[in-house]
Design a protein around this ligand. Sequence first.
Ligand SMILES: [Zn+2]
Ligand SMILES: [Zn+2]
Length: 465
Amino acid sequence: MAASSNSSLSGSSLSSDPEDYQPPIWKSYLYQLQQEAPRPKRITCPQEMENRPKYYGREFHGMISREYADELLAGVEGSYLIRESQRQPGTHTLALRFGHQTLNYRLFYDGKHFVGEKRFESVHDLVTDALITLYIETKAAEYIAKMTTNPIYEHLGYTSLLKDKMVHRLSRGRTEPRRVTFQRDEKISSPLVRRSALKDTPEKQCSYEKIHNFKVHTFRGPHWCEYCANFMWGLIAQGVRCSDCGLNVHKQCSKLVPSDCQPDLRRIKKVFSCDLTTLVKAHNTTRPMVVDMCIQEIELRGMKSEGLYRVSGFSEHIEDVRLAFDRDGEKADISASAYADINIIAGALKLYLRDLPIPVITFDLYSKFIQAAKLPNAESRLEAIHECLLQLPPAHYETLRYLMAHLKRVTLFEKDNLMNAENLGIVFGPTLMQPTELNALTTLNDMRQQKLVVQLMIEHEDVLF
Ligand SMILES: [Zn+2]
Ligand SMILES: [Zn+2]
């Protein structure tokens, strides 16, 4: 009886009460192994070798035989020396004792020392790292193979800091762009209905997926993997770090981390030329704030400006606006007192869109949009464009939707600004959609379709989005 009441007690303590949240316990097993790994013992040559390369020290023994090298190492774990190969003079071999045998590695130097991928300042560092790696990967091979199977990632560092946001995000659920069918009889009545339905759709803030931007990293001092909670062993290049959010994980764990990168504003150096999804994740917004700010400014004071988006502002001033956004982010001053000419703001918006590393209409969907525009039947053309729009990444889709609604409003002032869907299509076609450089030549003739895609998106903005 006592046992069952105990188990029910422990059962209740497992409830997911946030108060019960336990900080993760970093696993120290691999760290202990690294501490135990044999240390390098340099076996020096008693006499000065004439042909010693200047980047080697007294561990260089010249052209000695494999057997003699073995003798010199005297069976001591971690002892090492360098010899010149007898078979291939001019090449060098690192002889290293590990696991009661002598291992021979072809040793290279090109400013740094290496036998494999990792590059080292000194042979001593190379040997230290090799011994740690050999020791851990021999002793704990099975442990390492299994360490990714029970990740603590969900409860950890970076994600637990965002825990509230995550819960909030999950409760909202994922909102997909709604599917619309184009049926003749529905065509006229439905847009209005859809419009009002869209208003209830929660903003897709923060729910975009973004992959981490992992790069091999050398950690100073001991570091633990934020995916599996295990120690990251070795002297250099112990793991990878996401250069957008700073997440640190093993190389093998990086392949399993979900695409939930939450870029750190301090790591995003620029606003222009920054990937669209990365920027909105960093600012926790639905669309890039450059797009929102420029459009708001234009709607405030530029809608009747003749040749809006066609007339270009002074390029030095547009460059100024770019620098202001890169420097001050959403605090950038683009008001009339800073830039009286609205064409500068319109020019900055176009520059922002043109400078995206991946255009708003992404490279991989480019030819689908072009093909859609080539369809002879107006109805199926619209339907095909709509299909393409649904495949855009969410941040791209939201940006395009907002921009098209704005351009539609611009056309309502055509009497003053002389801009209609067709000439806006000419302006924005190549800004919003570009082929990859690889396909640039074969797509020289796409200008007409680029224009048409944008023109149709403006004209049918209410139905398409
Ligand atoms: Zn990341
Ligand atoms: Zn790991």
